[in-house]
Write a protein that binds this ligand. Structure first.
Ligand code: TXA
Ligand code: MG
Length: 339
């Protein structure tokens, strides 16, 4: 595990929140308020996970259905053990291998965790985020923090503090600055209460990486296009087929269909990772060709596309030949309406 930095170090990260901002954030949290915090994946909307009224405020702000449980952020394994009713050896091995980092573990919840956090369910999702500002916050606050992505429910996740400020009034959410998120897509969610363990949401940590640490099989939840409308989807309510969606109509396309599609569209914004070109009035947003680069840019690109107010956001279908590309494709499939 990365040691939590001393507060002095924080001041040296240019532009990022320092000790004064962290102290202010703690005062907000102690009063039952809401603080947006940076992580290596996306920004989270934080509140004291042990304060039911504060947790309800997060649901209200996001417009999130109370049936969709929240991830609880912890400073490390010691805090996680206080939130889970049972901490199996597999959880220890995974935490040692991947925390702080983008792996969320679903375990039986401890009795003192308010039912609001888990949508009344018997399990709780736990993760230790890899960002020095938020590790310092968790360390100093010494309580776990709920942290859904800091966007109105169903919308595009925020990867900068500015995205959060655009969505929420400053009087209702105190935003801790932490720079642009390095990873760009949300953590892998792994259910450790099923056998074999099952990935409920694909993300930066792959099934193969998890299986290598556990020394056993890991089940993978199918991508949205692969599943029937009912069934296992309800295991992770956040896996609704429409999610991460921009306001404009968005579609995925194969490059050979680009010309036809543009001929039928008044003004499209085309998001390409392979160097496609378009003529005005259509516009282009160029993405990195590597999966890590693409993931880090994805949500900012969807926001930029939306801001251009096109008739259509047309996203070139990325490859699905590597786990991170598959996680990206999962988000794009949901951003484009599910199928
Ligand atoms: O990277 C991330 O995970 C970000 C950052 C802020 O940490 N957080 C995030 O939270 O993506 P949110 O609320 O947008 O997504 C949480 C996901 C949802 O799909 C939710 O249904 C699932 O985790 N989840 C939460 N608790 C669960 C539980 N007890 N069982 C199954 N799924 C759960
Ligand atoms: Mg979210």
């Amino acid at each position: 595990m990365t040691p939590t930095p001393a507060h002095d170090d924080l001041a040296r990260v240019s532009g990022s929140a320092g000790p004064e901002e962290i102290a202010a954030a703690i005062a907000v949290l102690r009063a039952g308020g809401v603080v947006a915090f940076p992580t290596e994946t996306v920004y989270g909307l934080g509140a004291d996970a042990l304060d039911a009224a504060a947790v309800r405020r997060v649901f209200e702000l996001k417009g999130r259905p109370p049936t969709n449980p929240l991830i609880v952020h912890v400073s490390g394994e010691a805090m996680a053990r206080r939130v889970a009713a049972h901490w199996p050896p597999e959880a220890s091995r995974l935490a040692q291998a991947f925390w702080p980092g983008p792996l969320t573990l679903v375990l039986p919840k401890a009795a003192h965790v308010p039912p609001e956090v888990t949508a009344g369910g018997p399990t709780v999702a736990l993760r230790c985020p890899d960002h020095r500002v938020t590790l310092a916050l968790l360390d100093a606050f010494a309580h776990p923090l709920v942290g859904p992505s800091a966007n109105p429910s169903g919308g595009v996740s925020p990867t900068t503090a500015e995205h959060v400020r655009e969505a929420f009034e400053a009087s209702r959410v105190y935003v801790l600055e932490g720079g642009p998120c390095r990873g760009g897509i949300e953590s892998t969610v792994l259910d450790l209460t099923s056998s074999p363990p099952c990935i409920l949401r694909p993300g930066p940590i792959s099934a193969a990486q998890i299986a290598a640490v556990l020394g056993g099989p890991v089940a993978e939840h199918p991508l949205p296009g692969d599943v029937p409308a009912s069934g296992a989807v309800a295991r992770s309510p956040g896996l609704h087929p429409v999610h991460y969606a921009p306001r404009a109509r968005a579609v995925l396309f194969e490059r050979q269909h680009l010309a036809d599609m543009l001929a039928r569209t008044h003004r499209a914004v085309v998001i390409t990772h392979s160097g496609l070109t378009v003529s005005p009035p259509h516009q282009i947003i160029r993405m990195p060709a590597s999966a890590p680069g693409y993931a880090a840019r994805l949500y900012a690109a969807l926001r930029e596309a939306d801001a251009l107010r096109p008739d259509l956001i047309a996203i070139e279908r990325p490859p699905a030949d590597d786990p991170l590309w598959r996680a990206i494709l999962d988000r794009l499939t949901r951003a484009t309406g599910g199928l």
